[in-house]
Design a protein around this ligand. Structure first.
Ligand code: ATP
Length: 276
């Protein structure tokens, strides 16, 4: 029997003026799996992420997140900080949003400010006096170093984030999101701007996160070498609606998806790395 879905999107709708950017969308994402969301420009992919992470409030529909302990969170009713902190939804952005003048390590510590603030009991006395705060601070450093190690960034810990090469900044964004201990990680075009070698490394990293952390990953991506290489399931949007859902192989051969997005393969097309 397959496990209960990690995320259930049901009849989701959001409009901007007369335009339904998401129009009655329903699908599920499983725990311990990579679900890719693909579709042409303007299909509604980023808007979907903005609804899941509380940046937009949908006009209708349900966003149900189920934690491994069975706790259920109705994301469409929650504020963005509670979605990140309590429902534990992590996110990376299409345009990198690091603190460029802070070091790589500092970026990962700042990502854990909620845990640290709680340990300080939100007071100066807490910050100065409590063993509880010191322990939390040590744990935050340990977690940051562990993710720097796993993302291959340990040697850059003291480098300013803005001085890192682009591909490493992308990895740092993922490390930063993982430091918030998400149960669902939403990645908005993580392969954008990467060369084929960096894309292959990204595939390995995301697979390891799935397999070793057991969390769900929701991935918006135009790079088909990433989508077809690592996704367990692919959801295809067009004009805010679902046009197909299935395994990468099913999606690759789906006539509606070929028409709306993928296009007919060329005779010598390897499909690898091509942005449709
Ligand atoms: N804040 C907004 N105000 C008005 N229209 C918006 C807003 N956000 C998104 N839209 C519109 O909603 C539609 C879906 O946009 P969205 O950015 O979600 O598409 P997308 O699939 O992520 O595209 P891309 O692949 O280009 O990133 C587009 O027509 C876009 O112009």
């Amino acid at each position: 029997m397959s496990p209960a879905p990690l995320l259930e999107v049901a009849d989701l709708t959001i409009r901007f003026g007369g335009l339904a950017a998401i129009d009655g969308l329903s699908f599920t994402a499983a725990p311990g799996a990579i679900t890719a969301v693909i579709g042409p420009n303007g299909a509604g992919k980023t808007t979907l992420f903005n609804c899941i992470t509380g940046f937009y409030r949908p006009h209708a529909g349900r966003l149900l997140l189920r934690h491994p302990d069975g706790a259920e969170w109705r994301l469409e009713r929650m504020r963005d900080h509670a979605i990140a902190g309590r429902a534990r939804v992590g996110r990376t952005f299409q345009n990198i949003r690091l603190f460029p003048r802070m070091t790589v390590l500092e970026n990962l510590i700042v990502a854990q400010h909620r845990v640290l603030m709680r340990a300080s009991l939100f007071s100066l006395a807490g910050l100065l006096g409590l063993g509880r705060y010191r322990r939390a601070e040590r744990a935050a450093l340990d977690l940051a170093r562990a993710w720097l190690d796993r993302t291959g960034l340990l040697a850059h810990a003291e480098t300013e984030a803005g001085a890192l090469p682009y591909g490493l900044q992308r990895r740092l964004e993922i490390a930063r999101a993982m430091c918030t201990r998400p149960v669902l990680l939403c990645l908005d075009e993580p392969a954008a701007g990467l060369n084929p070698h960096e894309s292959a490394d990204l595939n390995l990293l995301l697979r390891r996160i799935r397999d070793e952390e057991g969390i769900g990953l929701l991935l918006i991506e135009h790079d088909m070498s990433v989508v077809m290489g690592i996704s367990d399931r692919v959801v295809v949007l067009d004009h805010g609606s679902l046009i197909a859902e299935g395994s990468p192989a099913e999606i690759r051969g789906n006539p509606a998806v070929i028409r709306a997005y993928l296009g007919e393969p060329e005779a010598d097309d390897t499909a690898a790395g091509a942005r449709p």
